[in-house]
Design a protein around this ligand. Structure first.
Ligand SMILES: Nc1ncnc2c1ncn2[C@@H]1O[C@H](COP(=O)(O)OP(=O)(O)OP(=O)(O)O)[C@@H](O)[C@H]1O
Length: 640
């Protein structure tokens, strides 16, 4: 059997009666060599060629121009959609910011630790909670404290995170954010911030959320970096310093980092390691590493007490899509503060006593700063501790502060509980909703509800526009692929390029499948240029049939190859052929329509792949032994 190379028609005799298929190709549309077969080549088998017409009448130049036009239209539409997305996103950000401002830029939550199975204490519980209130009863006295939110003993990590999440959005939106876990030793600060492998805390969830939200934002690009440090006895220790380096210069690199403030008031810590984190896995690895280095020691109250403040900083660089756009930088601080208990209670002496004193001094300085910010006082005493100096640019104007106060459920801790609650009350004293008259409170709630509705609507619109952008990008890529494969064939390929029509069939087919899958979802939000015309529908229908017939005949036929019109032969094992079959079943969009999957979801949080810090290490059962045995106890991480 021969493939005719006659100018007027391509005649393909078939086994079944020698029916031939004619093409109306004009002379010389495609040179013979492009058929993939030299004129007169005899094919191995008598091949029942599928019912394919080769329309080579179209002038390639015209097709090329059409394609170029489509590409440029799509590029224009994408740019327009991006602008629209940015404006909607701005509306959402403004609404969120207003909500947080009305609620108060300093928010205080309270969490009561549950009674654990390992606790062998009296079960009488002096604490009762309501949604925003906690009541402490002791020896006939009753004290009531109001907070923005109170989490009872049974509250889950998820319950806590839901309330924290809006403030994280605010960090991505460009605000500096500080989340502080405060409370007596053993009340669950580390549990809330880090959690365990199966109950992840705020920090790992926040990392997941940041990457997830960043992947959804099509109007900006984000990069993240992480630093971790510890404020221990008034010194700063870099928790992510490279080990070889820190061994040689330990005292310099890890313990005496300098805090600098630039003329704009931005704080920088000289020499502090800052590692880029491109995804959740990397972030989680670094976070785990930093936590292991943290100082821990033993006290009477909690075997694994943290005797320092542990600060994690995520720096967020946000850039608009325009190349000239300058990066906006914001910081998210997550701080696990040292235990706030008063020193007599811990039975501490020697170095442990000094550690406790240092912690108390800095906590008290932090309380002063927050109280001054609350009262909007001119002078804010940042300089009174290293902790407040570090956090200076994230505690001031435009920043959001969230303090989570942790309390024990036990009667014997009532003194510490009252102390912690009083500290927290001072932090939120001035703007407390409780102190507002009832009608003002209602007005405030109404305003918040309205803004929340605005934010929700803007978010929904953003989602629609994101989907449109995705669709348009898909079409753009397909058209570009078609363009380059047709008009810019790779030099080393040595084979004839696929005919534009043939390639168009593939693109159209994929686009069609794509359109089908997405039309149902987004029928109301399709941009005009995506609506198919009668002609395009006909063309796509024909293309679809053509591909189906190829695929069908490939499944039922005995041939070892398919003759593609006017272009080339594809064997069944040929990857290009397989890809056509695949495109018949599944749209490529279906594969790319899940950007969120790139980063783990909250539901995946419990997965074993998430490695969390190991338990802190207990070195001695006697608090004073610690001083005599090892003045500067090294943590296990130092030996790993
Ligand atoms: N909400 C909770 N649910 C279950 N277990 C909890 C909860 N809160 C705390 N725990 C457990 O209580 C113990 C002490 O908690 P954690 O170490 O977090 O306290 P801490 O306040 O960080 O103490 P320190 O100041 O000494 O670091 C841990 O075993 C922790 O797993």
């Amino acid at each position: 059997m021969f493939v005719s190379t006659e100018k007027e028609q391509i005649s393909l005799p078939l086994e079944n009666g020698g029916e031939s298929f004619k093409s109306t190709s004009p002379a010389g549309s495609y040179p013979d060599s492009l058929n993939g077969f030299p004129a007169g080549t005899e094919l191995c088998d008598p091949v029942p060629v599928p019912a394919l017409y080769t329309d080579v009448t179209v002038v390639p130049e015209q097709e090329k121009q059409e394609l170029e036009q489509t590409i440029s239209t799509l590029e224009g539409e994408i740019a327009g959609l991006r602008l629209q997305h940015r404006s909607l996103d701005r509306t959402r950000r403004e609404a969120l910011n207003k909500i947080l401002d009305i609620k108060g830029s300093i928010r205080v939550f309270c969490r009561v630790r549950p009674i654990l199975l390992t606790d062998r204490r009296r079960i009488h519980q002096p604490i009762s909670t309501e949604l925003e209130k906690i009541v402490v009863r002791s020896g006939g006295s009753r004290k009531e404290f109001s907070f923005d939110k109170v989490f009872p003993q049974e509250a889950s990590q998820e319950d806590v995170f839901v309330e924290v999440e809006p403030i994280l959005r605010s960090a991505l939106d460009g605000h500096n954010v500080c989340i502080l876990a405060y409370g007596q030793t053993g009340t669950g600060k580390t549990f809330t911030m880090d959690g365990t492998n199966d109950q992840l805390g705020i920090a790992p969830r926040a990392l997941v959320q940041l990457f997830h939200n960043a992947s959804l934002d099509k109007s900006s690009s984000y990069t993240f970096s992480m630093s971790m440090l510890e404020v221990y006895m008034g010194s700063l220790r870099d928790l992510l310093a490279p080990k070889s380096f820190s061994r040689a210069y330990e005292t310099i690199s890890r313990c005496n980092l300098n805090i600098q403030t630039d003329p704009k008031g931005l704080v920088e810590i000289e020499g502090l390691s800052e590692v880029p984190i491109s995804d959740f896995t990397k972030a989680s690895w670094w976070y785990t590493k930093g936590r292991r280095v943290r100082s821990t020691s033993w006290t009477n109250v909690n075997e694994a007490s943290s005797r320092s403040h542990c600060l994690t900083r995520i720096t967020i660089f946000r850039r608009g899509v325009a190349s000239e756009a300058k990066a906006e930088v914001s910081k998210l601080w997550m701080v696990d503060l040292g235990g706030s208990e008063r020193l007599l209670k811990t039975g501490a002496t020697g170095q442990t006593l000094d550690e406790g004193r240092a912690i108390n001094l800095s906590l008290s300085a932090l309380g002063d700063v927050i109280a001054a910010l609350r009262r909007k006082r001119g002078h804010v005493p940042y300089r009174n501790s290293k902790l407040t100096q570090i956090l200076k640019d994230s505690l001031g104007d435009g920043s959001k502060i969230l303090m989570l106060v942790h309390v024990s459920p036990f009667e014997e801790d009532i003194g510490e509980t009252t102390y912690s609650l009083s500290f927290a009350k001072r932090a939120r004293a001035v703007e407390s909703t409780k102190e507002l008259p009832e009608d003002l409170k209602k007005q405030k709630e109404k305003r918040i509800a309205k803004l929340e509705e605005e934010m929700r609507e803007a978010e929904e619109e953003c989602q629609k526009v994101r989907n449109q952008i995705q669709k348009a990008e898909f079409l753009l890529n397909e058209n570009k692929r078609l363009f380059s494969s047709t008009y810019q064939p790779p030099e080393d390929e040595g084979k004839a390029p696929a005919s534009p029509k043939g390639a168009l069939v593939q693109v159209s087919r994929a686009s069609l499948t794509f359109e089908k899958t997405t039309r149902r979802k987004f029928s109301n939000s399709m941009p005009r240029f995506m609506n198919s015309t009668v002609a395009s529908r006909q063309r796509l229908g024909a293309a679809e049939k053509e591909i189906d017939s190829r695929a069908n005949s490939s499944r039922t036929g005995t041939r070892s190859s398919i003759q593609f019109s006017g272009s080339q032969s594809l064997s069944y094992s040929d990857l290009r052929f397989k890809s056509i079959l695949r495109s018949n079943k599944k749209s490529r969009y279906g594969e790319t329509n899940t950007p969120a999957m790139e980063s783990p979801k909250c539901s995946d949080l419990d997965s074993k792949t998430t490695s969390m810090p190991r338990s802190k290490i207990v070195t001695s059962s006697n608090p004073n032994l610690r001083v005599t045995l090892s003045r500067h106890r090294r943590r296990m991480s130092d030996f790993i």
